[in-house]
Design a binder for this molecule. Structure first.
Ligand code: NAG
Ligand code: NAG
Ligand code: NAG
Length: 274
């Protein structure tokens, strides 16, 4: 019993640590995923943090419009410069399809207070618009305030190794998954938390899960999409560490709860939607 409590405590601490830094080295992966084909997910981008000489993958994002990317709020931290890379499957390859654009502005939701909390959503305005192609396409938004559950697919360049040894894939990973109902998400998370505060918010969150197999998001998948019926249902927000535990759901920001917020921000800067 004591040992179990201790493990739970570590899991939550790490989950929080991951969200504080958003760093791919701390903890969210697509566990049990498979290689995506080139162009299979034309709406996903790699959001990268840039140092003096190099830029590194930090989070996933989804293309909403040529100059607009949707991601998680915890993917922003004050200081570093950011760039967005679209049109890629192998993150290291210099292919003709690859488009790299600097980030103009990161709009983090005004009510996101950091860590494992609701409203974990952000919009990125790019300095230059992306050019759509077979490999670069937008993903539609869900109906406002809709609640989807059912088949879905998660994609990302997050960690594919175990817990503390971080191994990141070159090739975009994806995983077929199931979006659960709020009741199912609540129950699964409660069962893992053993009485600790449950951060799951029924309006702001949605989760995916598989009670038997070891699957889920991990470090570096943050901000990336879960897509069901052709729309971006959620943005990877947090999960339990170690990643991919059986019966540990992956938690996403429920995009349908933020449609007005998204439109207000995109409209206020005179962006064209499509
Ligand atoms: C990805 O591209 C890099 C650079 O071209 C190459 O070294 C690496 O082997 C590629 N990875 C895969 C999985 O093809
Ligand atoms: C913002 O733009 C969207 C998409 O073009 C439109 O549906 C919505 O009505 C606009 N909202 C406002 C407040 O202008
Ligand atoms: C948006 O466009 C309208 C009409 O062209 C203009 O009046 C308004 O000042 C613009 N708003 C911003 C924030 O640029």
């Amino acid at each position: 019993m004591k040992k179990q409590d201790y493990l739970v405590f570590v899991e939550i601490l790490l989950a929080v640590g991951n969200l504080v830094t958003g760093a791919p080295t701390d903890g969210l992966r697509i566990f049990g995923g498979q290689d995506a084909a080139p162009g299979q997910f034309p709406y996903i981008v790699s959001i990268q943090q840039c140092g003096l000489f190099t830029c590194e993958h930090y989070c996933g994002g989804s293309i909403l419009a040529p100059s607009w990317i949707l991601t998680a709020g915890h993917c922003y931290s004050y200081g570093p410069k950011y760039q967005v890379v679209a049109g890629i499957q192998n993150i290291s390859e210099k292919s003709e399809w690859r488009q790299t654009v600097a980030v103009d502005k990161f709009h983090v939701h005004e009510k996101y207070i950091g860590n494992v909390n609701p409203n974990d959503i952000a919009l990125i305005k790019l300095e230059e618009p992306l050019t759509y192609s077979d490999r670069v396409q937008p993903i539609p938004l869900p109906e406002p305030n809709s609640f989807y559950s059912g088949d879905a697919v998660v994609s990302g360049w997050g960690q594919i190794s175990g817990n503390f040894f971080s191994i990141y894939p070159d090739t975009l990973q994806f995983q077929k998954s199931t979006v659960l109902t709020n009741d199912e998400c609540m129950a699964l998370i409660e069962a893992k938390l053993h009485g600790q505060r449950n951060p799951y918010d029924v309006n702001s969150n949605v989760c995916t899960g598989n009670p038997v197999s070891h699957r889920g998001i991990c470090s570096g998948d943050s901000g990336g999409p879960v897509v069901g019926e052709g729309v971006v249902v959620g943005l990877a927000s947090y999960s339990f560490i170690p990643c991919g535990q059986a019966a540990a759901p992956s938690v996403f920001t429920r995009v349908s709860n933020f449609i007005d917020w998204i439109h207000d921000h995109m409209n206020s800067t005179n962006a064209t939607m499509y």
